[in-house]
Design a protein around this ligand. Structure first.
Ligand code: ARG
Length: 456
């Protein structure tokens, strides 16, 4: 490797440029890629089948050595690719030296990263669906619970708790779709691109794609060795997913506070305070909210690495890895612990219901009531606004008002206005995507179907 140089590389440079400390994580992908490459070279008569067999056997042995912690990677060998290749040559000599025919580390690392992202996407989708299932279970188990729906964090209109929870199901479903999309873009074989211009050997790229499970073959070698869009897409999808989780986290933090008291987080998912014995803290949710920051940071990191980078391979590209690995690990861990936390949530239906009784949450329904009697909505809005102000001044809730008080604000109010409740309010929103129990029941069934489809 250093034949052209008069000196060994400086020790600091070696430390600065080596990636083996983090890219050994790619050893399975690297070995899979090399096995496919060896088989392809033999099939094409570029190496002998005996050589290919020796290479494949030795690579499987090396995989076991790494699995068992018997492999000591060396920084002098720079990265995962050189470490595994050196060990291969130690084991099989000349055959090992032939493996790098018709290949460069540039297309090699690209294929490793694509295999890694595809696998990460599969795990991520699996964990997203598990969390969707946990959310759905809680929604189904509490399908009749009514709570305040909020805008501006002010009580706005009554909704079903299940409706609120299913909003997260929808968000996570879009995440599933986004990761599925990312998978399609990662599913392209770069091998055959060589260093940048393609390789001068009669290789079989279709065979490689088939062996490695790629649906497509890259169409431009220069693009293939310098493209990291698929890494960015994973990180972008992960950032959006973490943003969703941070919102759920925030709501669980609020809901489990004494101020709200709508839910209780299971003891196994809460922590105590070192000095305040009464406290039960929602640390998991808080950390998820916090970890969202580093996932965004990793996305900004890789976008900035790629910005203005000339074609084709530049060593900058080595900086695509740590942020990605960190994001995959953070997202998977967050999804997993959320599934457990959500599954263990205890809902306080009475607290949620009584929060609906306080305040003037049926005001919109009163306006809609007047519209039903023929009044224009804007006018009705004004009437109810004055009515609510009157109740506030009197220190009364809407329930406490008599029909005579109502009539002072509009003669269109009749006795039946007194029978309006949170239940009639939600039931009235019987429109596709609305919070009426009938609609929510449909959505619960639809969500269940989606989960079952994706599980199987
Ligand atoms: N460790 C390198 C990376 O991750 C592998 C590719 C090195 N290629 C090169 N031409 N130096 O990007």
């Amino acid at each position: 490797m250093r034949d052209r140089f008069k000196k060994d590389v400086d020790k600091l440079v070696r430390e600065y440029t080596a990636s083996v400390a983090f890219d050994m994580l790619l050893y399975n992908q690297d070995i899979d890629g090399s096995i496919a490459h060896a088989r392809m070279l033999a099939k094409q008569g570029i190496i002998s089948s005996k050589e290919a067999e020796d290479i494949v056997t030795a690579l499987e042995d090396i995989r076991e050595e790494i699995d068992d912690g018997r492999f000591a990677p060396s920084e002098e060998l720079e990265d995962v690719h050189m470490n595994i290749e050196a060990r291969l040559i130690e084991k099989v000599g000349d055959a090992g030296r032939r493996l790098h025919t018709a290949r460069s580390r540039n297309d090699q690392v690209a294929v490793d990263m694509r295999l890694f992202v595809k696998e990460a996407v599969a795990h991520t989708i699996e964990k997203l669906v598990e969390l969707q299932a946990a959310i759905l279970d809680v929604a189904e188990a509490n399908r009749d619970v009514i709570m305040p729906g909020y805008t501006h964090l002010q009580r706005a209109q009554p909704v079903l708790l299940a409706h609120h929870l299913l909003a997260y199901f929808e968000m996570l479903q879009r995440d599933v779709d986004r990761f599925g999309d990312c998978w399609l873009r990662a599913d392209v074989l770069p091998l055959g691109s060589g260093a940048l211009a393609g390789v001068p050997y009669d290789i079989d790229r279709e065979f490689l794609a088939e062996e490695l499970g790629f649906g497509e073959i890259s169409q431009n070698s220069m693009d293939a060795v310098s493209d990291r869009d698929f890494v960015i897409e994973y990180q972008a999808a992960a950032s959006i997913a973490m943003m969703h989780l941070s919102r759920l986290a925030e709501e669980l933090i609020l809901w489990s506070s004494q101020e709200f008291g709508f839910v209780e987080i299971d003891d196994a998912y809460a922590t105590g305070s070192s000095i305040m014995p009464q406290k039960k803290n929602p640390d998991v949710a808080e950390l998820a909210r916090g970890k969202t920051g580093r996932v965004y940071g990793n996305l900004m990191g890789v976008l900035t690495v790629m910005k203005s980078l000339p074609l084709t391979y530049n060593r900058d590209l080595q900086e695509d890895k740590e942020g990605l690995f960190d994001t995959v690990g953070t997202l998977l861990a967050t999804l997993e612990v959320f599934s457990g936390m959500v599954a263990g949530i205890k809902v306080d239906a009475d607290r949620a219901r009584s929060a609906v009784e306080e305040g003037y949450i049926l005001a919109t329904d009163l306006a809609d009531y007047l519209v039903g009697k023929g009044m224009a909505f804007r006018e009705a809005h004004g009437v109810v606004g004055r009515l609510v102000q009157h109740a506030v001044d009197e220190g009364k809730s809407l329930k406490d008002l008599t029909i005579d008080e109502y009539k002072k604000f509009s003669t269109m109010f009749e006795e039946d206005v007194l029978s309006m409740t949170a239940e009639t309010s939600v039931a009235a929103r019987d429109i596709g995507g609305g919070t009426a129990p009938k609609q929510v029941k449909k959505q619960l069934a639809r969500a269940r179907k989606i989960i079952e489809g994706e599980d199987g």
